[in-house]
Design a protein around this ligand. Structure first.
Ligand code: NAD
Ligand code: USQ
Length: 400
């Protein structure tokens, strides 16, 4: 299969590109390297020393049966370039990772909110519009987020994208319908993912595009079978207050002797998935495309849910780290329950990796190995989600 991986230089996109290439697919990475530019803007580097894209490709291609190719392209700004690329390559599928993905970054300032919206929404729309304009038979696989549902279902199991509801028909009788699950975004970033869904719905309905939307939980871990093959292939490990995600941050904080930074009570519950499973799930989505005429296919790409405080205790038990509680810079419920359905991808053969599989030790070892690269000043989360000019932190939002 020929696959274009948009955002293939990023944390999820790079290991996915290597995995697909390893499986014999023809892969072209398409990226504008904006994530590397944001590293410079924030003066924050990956904990692992990632190589430039040329060196990455050279290294992989020296050992791969099918060479990886690269196209430098801004999905949101270069529509003509995109049309030319798709027309030239005629891919069987595209994987769309190419969005600004950090919720705190999207909440830093008006400029960051506008950039996140412009980049994510225009990028997604350009991709769909170009596939439709060219009349391509290309399956679009998109990385969405569990955060589109919000975290306030109060223990009701979150289905895979569609919710069964009852409406009263013209004859007064109750009829069952399935609707897109209501959205409840917490950040501007999450809002862009909610709006992406409407683009998918429209292009699927009006142009017959085949789309799979993978609502992914928080990804943890760094290395996959392929990125571990050579130091030049190492995946990125974000730990800073904007891009670092909670579980990797806790493990890395333990490695550098920093107290684990729990926001608020730590009773927030979130969904998680290991990076090795990200790459497997994307492959399963690609090799099991929706049929023509099928509505947008949505899977919850998440393995398990945990309360943050329980994760912190688990890491303390593993490493002896201290736990600190900071005022929550975000506007989110102090505590929530989260139950999710995730059988869709398992039906295609996904056997999920869980926290109990021992991979936390591997992440800790990687963090310890590179801890000399950590800039402790980058650890605090400085992006507040409420109006900082107000004197007091707002009251907690809806508690599930
Ligand atoms: P990342 O920031 O590491 O990678 C995104 C890549 O896309 C970067 O290489 C960036 O340069 C590129 N990109 C961004 N805008 C672009 C544009 N306009 N044109 C071309 N390239 C562009 O992010 P990630 O962690 O790899 O996440 C990838 C996707 O998965 C995102 O859409 C994100 O929302 C989703 N996701 C990530 C997580 C997670 O925990 N990391 C969890 C759920 C969903
Ligand atoms: N948190 C802490 N301490 C920290 C960092 C975060 O307690 O040091 C808390 C946050 O307040 C929040 C939770 O941990 O309650 C999750 O934060 P996060 O930064 O790990 O994850 P999030 O902002 O939700 O975003 C990440 C990815 C995003 C993806 C999302 C999946 O960056 O791309 O969409 O996870 S999900 O959370 O399922 O929506």
């Amino acid at each position: 299969m020929k696959v274009l991986v948009f955002g293939g230089d990023g944390f999820c996109g790079w290991p996915t590109s290597l995995h697909l290439s390893d499986k014999g697919h023809e892969v072209v990475i398409v990226d504008n390297l904006s994530r590397r530019a944001i590293d410079s803007e924030l003066d924050a580097q990956s904990l692992t020393p990632i190589c430039g894209i040329d060196e990455r490709l050279q290294c992989w291609n020296s050992m791969a049966a099918t060479p990886l190719r690269f196209a430098l392209l801004d999905l949101a700004r270069d529509y003509d370039g995109l049309v030319a690329l798709l027309s030239e390559e005629q891919p069987d599928a595209v994987v769309h990772f190419a969005e600004q993905r950090a919720a705190p970054y999207s909440m830093k300032s008006a400029a960051h909110r506008r950039y996140s919206v412009d980049n994510n929404l225009t990028g997604t729309h350009n991709l769909l519009c170009a596939v439709a304009e060219l009349g391509l038979d290309t399956h679009v696989v998109h990385l969405g987020t569990m955060g589109v549902y919000g975290y306030g279902a109060g223990g009701a199991v979150i289905p895979e994208g569609y919710l069964k509801v009852q409406v009263r028909g013209a004859d007064g009788a109750l009829e069952e319908r399935e609707i897109l699950h209501p959205c409840d975004p917490g950040s501007i970033y999450h809002m862009t993912k909610c709006q992406d869904q409407m683009f998918f719905y429209y292009y699927n309905k009006n142009f017959g595009l085949r789309v799979t939307d993978l609502h992914q939980g928080i990804v943890w871990g760094t290395q996959t079978d392929q990125t571990g093959k050579d130091a030049r292939l190492v995946n990125r490990f974000d730990y800073d207050g904007d891009y670092g995600t909670v579980l990797n941050r806790f493990v890395m904080q333990a490695a550098v002797g920093h107290p684990l930074t729990v926001h608020g009570t730590g009773e927030q519950t979130r969904a998680f998935i290991h990076i090795q499973d990200t790459v497997r799930c994307v492959e399963l989505a690609l090799t099991n495309p929706p049929a023509y005429g099928e509505r947008v296919r949505i899977f919850n790409q998440a393995t398990e849910t945990h309360r943050l405080i329980d994760l912190a205790h688990q890491i303390r038990a593993l490493t002896g780290a201290d736990i600190s509680f900071a005022a929550n810079p975000r506007l989110e419920a102090r505590a929530n329950t989260l139950a999710i359905e995730n059988t869709g991808l398992q039906r295609f053969g996904w056997d999920p990796i869980t926290l109990s599989d021992g991979l936390l030790n591997e992440v800790h070892a990687i963090a310890r190995h590179h801890k000399h690269r950590c800039d402790l000043s980058k650890i605090p989360c400085a992006s507040t989600w409420w109006n900082a000019s107000r004197e007091e932190e707002p009251a907690d939002i809806r508690v599930a």
